[in-house]
Design a binder for this molecule. Structure first.
Ligand code: PGA
Length: 261
């Protein structure tokens, strides 16, 4: 992770009612209260955001959403705007997760519009990319991911690009228990950084690039030893506050050093 500050983001997907979310927050805050070496984000369902705002207010845990609309407001039934996310103290938003691309038909062009909107209001987009198994087996993973990143970020200024986070999540590793090897994760994250360098020059060295796909407490430390892997987007393993807390403690470089991991 070179000299970049690591980021660990939990993606709860469509899990947790308001009560479950607030119970989680109380226990999770206690688990991670001494973490100083990385940024922690919880990306919760829309309905849990407002109650979590109150729970997380005094803590080091940041709040994120899992999607948002590209429009400001208006007749967009079922959509949630960037302004609405700001209103409940969200500071991050996941954009273009593969589940949204695959099941809800989200395109790179829409992700680009959403990224522009998020940046315009001061939200940090976590822009997702990743190839499926066929593409990987055809040897086209780098090409696919570089294309996704380029199209999702086209037209953004260097200043805006400096504010984003990118998450590389191979679809074949999401929720399957199959993690990419840390070498594969490094190769892909490095290729994303090369694409970013093409778009923004040396400033790409500052952009956090996360890996996602079956990250757990026992593989996070190894992933983070790779120079271009700056953190993780964690689905299943973020759903329990104690085990997600442990994952974060294993990722915290200070703690890792003390424990000799
Ligand atoms: P997983 O999900 O950790 O359960 O594989 C990651 C994600 O989809 O963000």
């Amino acid at each position: 992770m070179a000299n970049r500050r690591p980021v660990i983001a939990g993606n709860w997907k469509m899990f947790k009612t308001v009560n479950e979310a607030t119970d989680y927050a109380v226990r999770f805050i206690e688990e991670v209260k001494d973490v100083t070496e990385l940024d922690i984000i919880l990306c919760a369902p829309f309905t849990a955001l407002y109650p979590l705002k109150n729970e997380l207010e005094e803590s080091i845990v940041h709040l994120g959403a899992q999607n948002m609309a590209w429009a400001d407001q208006g007749a967009f039934t079922g959509e949630i705007s960037a302004q609405m996310l700001l209103d409940v103290a969200c500071t991050y938003v996941i954009l273009g997760h593969s589940e949204r691309r695959e099941m809800f038909g989200e395109t790179d062009e829409e992700i680009n519009k959403k990224a522009r909107k998020a940046l315009a209001v001061g939200l940090t987009p976590i822009v997702c990319c990743g190839e499926n198994l066929n593409v990987r087996e055809e040897g086209k993973a780098v090409e696919r991911v570089q294309g996704q990143v380029t199209r999702a970020l086209v037209g953004l200024s260097v200043e805006d690009l400096s504010k984003i986070i990118v998450a590389y999540e191979p679809i074949w590793a999401i929720g399957t228990g199959k993690t990419a090897s840390s070498k594969d994760a490094q190769e892909m994250c490095a290729s994303i950084r090369a694409t970013l360098t093409g778009l923004m020059g040396l400033a790409a060295e500052k952009v956090p690039i996360l890996y996602g796909g079956s990250v757990k407490a026992d593989n996070i430390a190894e992933l983070l030893t790779e120079p271009d892997v700056d953190g993780a987007l964690v689905g299943g393993a973020s759903l329990d506050p104690i085990s997600f807390g442990k994952l974060i403690l294993n990722a915290n470089p200070l703690v890792a050093r003390v424990e000799g991991i």
